[in-house]
Design a protein around this ligand. Structure first.
Ligand code: 3NM
Ligand code: MG
Length: 533
């Protein structure tokens, strides 16, 4: 029976004042069962053995009524006395093979792991499932060993998949800081697409405070259950896209023109959290392409703005602790409504503070698109210790223009790998931009060198893309491509202007050209297929 266990919503109990308060644990767990939790772990680090057994028996009775397995944290003796379905063992508890000898083959044994090595050992010793953590920092358990994030958990899942055998079949839940705000994203990012080489996905999420600490426990559990079983709002990659002939220029042309018209028609909000230097320019670019700009760095107003269906740009330009807190609020708000977010990790990798800021932001939410130059995207690739760059790729040096160190093929590889990992769209800018959603990858060589000589051109490309994605949410990848084409073709047009003598005179002409291209497309003029793609 134990291989039929549904791990999707795994409840871990907590009897502390901070989380349970003065309520009765058995009643609280009963509420959670009514809400739909699928496994219960009784975790109590302080009670005496007699009390543990007494409460364990009471919990077991409730769980049995709902056909939900009960496991006891740490205490094999208590599990035996209660007669429940198994135990959950931490790294400092009895080891899995010793517990197996005492409990027999039919009982469930779970183990907490936070590294590939721990996972390997737990599986070798016969664990039925792994609790993988710590996903995010949590005040429920302050002495957690390692915060490994989504990427750390995905590494372990990938390892289990490639190792094969018992590893492939072991069940997995993630733990640490999972709540109603992030559960869909966590579930999505830990779910490999069906065509992935290593398709192992997480079987469930384990939560403590999001259920035990909730005011209405039943509703909190039911809400998590619904969120887990419905497709998140932020998934906007078109399911039909794989059927499109995405490599045909005619297809790109048609889609791009439609996207430009959609921005004009819908005038989506472009919410920029950016630095002082670019605010004015970003607002002018947004207006020129037909979007409606707002420059607000205050996270407290993000929930209201997110409801307006626009796009958010997070520019890491000033990675102060205060800015990061505001970013986190805004990310949660936009993820909750499903509106697109562009992350611009300015200067990522340049200092350790920026590397930390990037890791913090990547752990804060789901980004519809991450854009940056080669160095910034490499920092994204390496965040959380994940190296997408192959040995060969890091040894060879390309001959591309600009700052590019890698060849075009290497850049395409890096961008595609990150997009597959994050399940989003990744854009690496440069003389040739490379953009991928993991399945479709384009190189775009439009643009003009003056864009590299004025301030904020990267940031305002993000502004443009955010508006495009908000206006065409059915296929955010193609929307982003359309935004890039609009922006870069306008730069080419502007640079050809007779009175453009350098970057200074380029700027006003560029705003004009962005506006003109939009109006031309809307009026059906000058819609040549883009060259340079
Ligand atoms: N184990 P919450 S984190 C019990 O990382 C536990 O092994 C963890 O609590 C681990 O859902 C954790 O309230 C607490 O964040 C998780
Ligand atoms: Mg323990």
């Amino acid at each position: 029976m134990k291989d039929q266990v549904d791990y999707s919503l795994y409840l871990v109990t907590d009897s502390t004042e901070a989380i349970l308060g003065s309520r009765d644990l058995v009643q609280v767990v009963e509420q959670a069962l009514l809400g739909g939790v699928t496994v219960v772990q009784y975790r109590d680090k302080t009670s005496d053995t007699g009390d543990l057994i007494k409460t364990g028996k009471a919990l077991h009775e409730k769980c049995r009524k709902h056909n939900v397995p009960l496991v006891i944290n740490d205490r094999v003796d208590v599990a035996l006395a209660v007669g429940c379905e198994g135990v959950h063992l931490g790294q400092d508890d009895m080891n899995v093979s010793e517990a197996r000898k005492l409990l027999g083959d039919d009982k469930i044994i779970g183990a907490t792991v936070s590294s590939i090595e721990e996972a390997r050992i737990a599986v070798e010793r016969g664990a039925d499932y792994l609790g993988i953590g710590t996903l995010y920092a949590t005040s429920t358990k302050k002495n957690t060993k390692d915060i490994i994030g989504i990427n750390g958990i995905r590494r372990i899942l990938r390892y289990l998949d490639t190792k094969g055998g018992a590893s492939k079949n072991v069940k997995t839940v993630c733990i640490g800081g999972v709540n109603a705000l992030n559960v869909q994203r966590v579930h999505y990012q830990l779910h490999a697409p069906s065509d992935a080489k290593t398709p192992k996905s997480i079987d469930g999420v384990a939560v403590v405070s999001a259920i035990i600490g909730a005011e209405d426990v039943e509703q909190a559990a039911a809400n998590l259950k619904t969120l887990l079983s419905t497709s998140p709002n932020f998934i906007t990659l078109s399911s039909s896209s794989s059927n499109d002939d995405w490599t045909s220029l005619a297809h790109i042309q048609t889609t791009a023109l439609a996207a430009t018209k959609a921005v004009h028609a819908k005038s989506p909000l472009s919410h920029n959290m950016t630095n002082l230097v670019v605010q004015n320019f970003a607002a002018n670019v947004a207006l020129a392409i037909g979007a409606s700009p707002i420059m607000s760095n205050n996270g407290a107003e993000a929930p209201d703005l997110a409801k307006l269906g626009g796009g958010l740009v997070i520019n890491m330009g000033t990675a102060t602790p205060d800015a990061l807190l505001n970013h986190r609020l805004a990310i949660a708000a936009y993820n909750a409504t499903g509106s697109p977010i562009v992350l611009d990790p300015v200067g990522a990798g340049a200092t350790s503070a920026r590397r930390d800021a990037l890791a913090y932001l990547l752990a804060s939410g789901y980004f519809t698109l991450i854009k940056g130059n080669e160095r910034e995207i490499l920092a994204v690739a390496q965040a959380s210790g994940f190296t997408v760059v192959s040995k060969e790729a890091s040894q060879q040096r390309g001959v591309d223009s600009g700052d590019a160190v890698y060849t075009l093929e290497q850049r395409a590889y890096i961008v595609k790998r990150i997009a597959l990992r994050e399940r989003n769209v990744v854009l690496m800018t440069g003389a040739t931009d490379v953009i991928s959603d993991g399945h479709r990858t384009y190189a775009i060589s439009n643009g003009h060198k003056y864009l590299g000589l004025i301030t904020g051109s990267g940031c305002t490309l993000g502004t443009t893309i955010s508006a495009y994605m908000a206006a065409s949410p059915e296929d955010t990848f193609m929307a982003a491509v359309a935004g890039i084409l609009h922006y870069e073709i306008a730069a080419e047009d502007a640079a050809m202007g007779e009175d453009v003598r350098g970057p200074g005179t380029f700027i006003p002409h560029f705003i004009d050209a962005l506006f003109k291209r939009r109006m031309d497309v809307v009026e059906g003029k000058n819609c040549e297929p883009p060259e340079g793609l």
